[in-house]
Design a protein around this ligand. Structure first.
Ligand code: U2P
Length: 259
């Protein structure tokens, strides 16, 4: 039988191995635990496109009169109730062929509003859609289990809960001079969807609105967070830039130069 002094390092080694297997997020063998709810994150092009300093073909802000004028999709995010979220849950390299039938809709409603490639979990850099699928989509199991389902589900939820329409109907229209009460914007969404959204601002301008859902896609409240918005916010109108904006000084660069 081994002496006590020989058993102590053995025990320590076994404990360390057990800790490594359980992982810091409390999951067995490195898998992340199942998420609690979904957040559909929507971006406001009027705010983001105002920050565009140069144009490239991948940036929807640079489409001139065809640039988006409604909230567009940032992503569908599986989240935890404690304010954290899982990411990059398994290796699944984005394959654009799997969503070929959705590309027209994705270009229109889920475009990148930036130049340059996005970081991906395992392959370095790729399309904005690759980033969202690999980082968030892979963590949406067991509700969503493959790339096509991730994109079609997100589009369907986006069409069903039309924030731009709700805000327009309540009088919150794009404007470069008006300021609106943040509480009024939140109430308009609460009255329509029966759930409280999260609003993210860049200075006083609304940059993102997040809608939250249970796993069956029934609306639920987002987490009560300290909002980044002041009491009165703006919903900037899109200012044309890109190929048609002859007066604009914005330079065109290739997507690769934007990296
Ligand atoms: O908010 C800044 C970035 O953090 C990521 N995020 C935020 C909230 C949340 O619930 N889940 C989440 O992932 C987003 O990162 P992205 O998807 O853009 O890489 C968000 O932009």
């Amino acid at each position: 039988m081994a002496s006590l002094s020989a058993q102590i390092p053995l025990c320590l080694a076994l404990m360390m191995a057990a800790c490594l297997m359980i992982g810091i997020n409390g999951s067995i063998d490195g898998a992340q635990r199942e998420f609690d709810y979904f957040a559909l994150s929507l971006q406001w092009p009027g705010t983001i496109c105002h920050k565009t300093r140069h144009c490239c073909s991948s940036n929807a802000c640079c489409r001139g009169s065809n640039s988006p004028t409604e909230f567009t999709i940032h992503g569908l995010w599986p989240d935890y109730n404690d304010g954290t979220w899982p990411s990059c849950c398994y290796r699944s390299q984005f394959d654009v062929k799997e969503i070929s039938t959705l590309l027209d809709a994705l270009e229109k409603y889920w475009p990148s509003l930036y130049c340059g490639k996005s970081s991906t979990c395992f392959s370095g850099k790729g399309l904005f859609w690759a980033h969202e699928w690999e980082k968030h989509g892979t963590c949406s199991s067991p509700v969503i289990r493959d790339e096509y389902s991730y994109f079609i589900t997100t589009l369907n939820v986006y069409f069903k809960y039309n924030v731009t329409k709700i805000l327009n109907e309540a009088g919150y229209v794009p404007s470069n001079s008006e300021r609106y009460p943040l509480g009024g914007i939140v109430s308009a969404i609460e009255n329509s969807f029966r759930a409280t959204p999260e609003v993210i601002c860049s200075k006083e301008a609304v940059e993102e609105i997040r809608l939250c859902f249970f796993k069956d896609f029934k609306p639920r409240n987002c987490l009560a967070s300290k909002t980044s918005c002041p009491k009165y916010v703006s919903l900037p109108a899109y200012v044309s830039m890109g190929r048609e904006a002859s007066e604009s000084e914005i330079a065109w660069i290739s997507d690769d130069e934007a990296l």
